[in-house]
Design a protein around this ligand. Structure first.
Ligand code: HEC
Length: 107
């Protein structure tokens, strides 16, 4: 009986050591960005709803030169309808307002 206990204690400590060893395997580096978002009304609604799938740079980079309320409306609803972004209609309107106020190309 004592022997069995000793064996299982060894087995336990071995598997514990293995678990410790494997810790690094699960270490992931999350992507980061240093994009400075313009401060404005509903900025946080944009951040909470649009940055779960891509960075702000991606949003603004793609939209260069062809902005305006209609364009932002099309983009936001495209995210909802085609890519299934879980955004309520109320928040969608806030995001459109934020993008239009702060990221509309006036040219
Ligand atoms: C559920 C994930 C998801 C969320 C949330 C999301 N998007 Fe996207 N978005 C995508 C994917 C996927 C693409 C890439 C489409 C492609 O490669 O053609 C994309 C592409 C874009 C583009 C590039 C232009 C285009 O038509 O492809 C813009 C601009 C954009 N998103 C803006 C937004 C905005 C603004 C929000 C918040 C309202 C948002 N996204 C939220 C998934 C998402």
């Amino acid at each position: 009986m004592k022997k069995l206990l000793a064996v299982s204690l060894i087995a336990l400590s071995v598997s514990f050591a293995k678990a410790q060893e494997n810790k690094d395997v699960y270490k992931i580096d999350l992507p980061s960005y240093d994009w400075k978002m313009k401060d404005g009304k509903y900025k946080e609604v944009f951040e909470q709803n649009c940055l779960m799938c891509h960075s702000p740079g991606y949003v603004f980079g793609q939209a260069k030169g062809k902005s305006g309320k209609d364009m932002w409306r099309t983009v936001v609803y495209q995210m909802i309808n085609e890519f299934k972004a879980p955004i309520s209609k109320e928040n969608a309107e806030k995001i459109i307002e934020y993008l239009n106020e702060n990221y509309t190309n006036k040219n």
